[in-house]
Design a protein around this ligand. Structure first.
Ligand code: PMP
Ligand code: GLN
Length: 391
């Protein structure tokens, strides 16, 4: 199993303990055991044909085949700016307040590396998305967590306040939230925003699932009073257009913060994905129908898998957004989600992800597992059929 616990002789101290990501590991297990892979979140069908055509035509017409501008091609920066205005009424100047990155992943790494001093603290919610811990460690900063607990993955305001200290530099927020499927409510965001303003903290916000919200609404935290100038809003085209391999992401923030993140970013990849940047610009400008269909299609899959998991005996926690749903391993007779996830492929030929790997306080997540529903209904149906033989 995982090499996470092995000491790596050449790896620096900051990264000791980080092994292969759980997603890579579980996808490899799915291939090895010929299982239905509901572990790593990637769609099994490509995104819109207009966007594919825009990418191939960009390549054929020499658009972006050589280094694009460091901040991203103007067409994409304009499209991101228009998107923020269209969906959220937020205005960002495409030249000074938008930065294109190699996926949201690079944006997150560049933001944390650019903004944190060694010894700073970053407050985030657990379960956290795996790269946050590694990014914080690379920056020589420390992660402080606030636990989201089922069934609603709510958090205690007192725990949030207790996680803050004079060393807190930034809050790293992910909504819609992976792996829980939680969409932070207006009241929760208001509370976080108020604290950020009072304590003069920066907020890095990971909004990659912004268009996959089934219950409630996605409210960018930058839209709360006093927040625009302290928020580094990050998103990407991976989930919205079902091209997770293209890795086109972006940052929207104040000119000063965008410029700080750009300095770190230029020494990571410098630039990436030239032709894909043009294509994602076309995607962002697609009509409302595209966004509506994306959502209704994913909602149908959420409902289908959620009902299927229940029929297989799982207690599940409603997914309000993203393309993930979490379940309690104890409902099918396992006290340990990790053990269940290692046994599922052998026993029934299905792969899921153990959420415990996303917790600092492991006892909080030991019994939780995550399934993705960004697969065709046939594939989900097959997974459900197999899972029904578990108990
Ligand atoms: N944040 C979250 C919460 C994610 O689930 C992912 C996964 N794909 C990313 C960031 C990374 O996004 P990208 O693929 O655009 O780098
Ligand atoms: N975001 C995807 C997930 O949560 C995985 C991306 C990756 O493998 N790094 O499943």
């Amino acid at each position: 199993m995982s090499d996470v616990s092995l000491r790596q002789p050449f790896l620096n101290a900051r990264l000791q303990g980080f092994g292969a990501t759980i997603f890579a590991e579980m996808s490899a297990l799915a291939v090895k055991t010929d299982s239905v892979n509901l572990g790593q979140g990637f769609p099994d069908k490509d995104g819109p044909s207009e966007v594919i055509e825009a990418a191939t035509s960009a390549i054929q017409n020499g658009l972006g085949n050589q280094y694009p501008p460091g901040i991203g091609v103007p067409e994409l920066r304009q499209a991101i700016s228009d998107h923020q205005q269209r969906f959220y009424g937020l205005s960002y100047d495409p030249d000074s307040e938008i930065l294109v990155t190699a996926g949201a992943s690079e944006a997150l790494a560049a933001a944390v590396l650019a903004l944190c001093e060694t010894g700073d603290e970053v407050v985030t919610f657990e379960p956290w998305y795996d790269i946050y811990g590694a990014n914080i460690a690379m920056a020589g900063a420390t992660k402080k967590v606030v636990t989201l607990r089922p069934p609603h993955y709510a958090f205690e305001e007192s725990e949030f306040l207790a996680a803050l200290s004079p060393k807190t530099r930034l809050i790293l927020l992910n909504s819609p939230h992976n792996p829980t499927g939680k969409v932070f409510s207006r009241e929760e965001l208001e509370f976080i925003a108020k604290v950020a303003v009072e304590r003069d903290l920066l907020v890095v916000t990971d909004e990659v699932y912004e268009h996959l919200v089934f219950e409630g609404e996605h409210i960018p935290i930058a839209s709360f009073p006093g927040m625009r100038e302290r928020t580094i809003a990050i998103s990407s085209g991976g989930k919205t257009f079902a091209f997770t391999g293209w890795k086109v992401g972006w940052v929207c923030s104040s000119p000063e913060l965008t410029s700080a993140v750009r300095i770190a970013k230029q020494f990571l990849t410098y630039v990436s994905g030239g032709p894909f940047q043009y294509a994602i610009a076309v995607g962002l400008a697609l009509g409302d129908d595209y966004y509506k269909n994306l959502l209704s299609d994913m909602k149908e899959k959420r409902d289908f898998l959620s009902a299927g998991l229940r029929s297989a005996g799982f207690e599940i926690f409603e997914s309000q957004g993203t393309y993930f749903v979490t379940a309690d391993a104890r409902s099918v007779g396992y006290s340990d989600g990790l053990e269940l996830c290692w046994q599922l492929p052998e026993k029934v030929g299905v792969v899921a992800v153990p959420n415990v790997v996303f917790y600092d306080n492991q006892e909080e997540g030991q019994h939780l597992i995550r399934f993705t529903f960004c697969k065709s209904l046939d594939v989900l149906g097959e997974a459900v059929h197999r899972l029904q033989s578990l108990t």
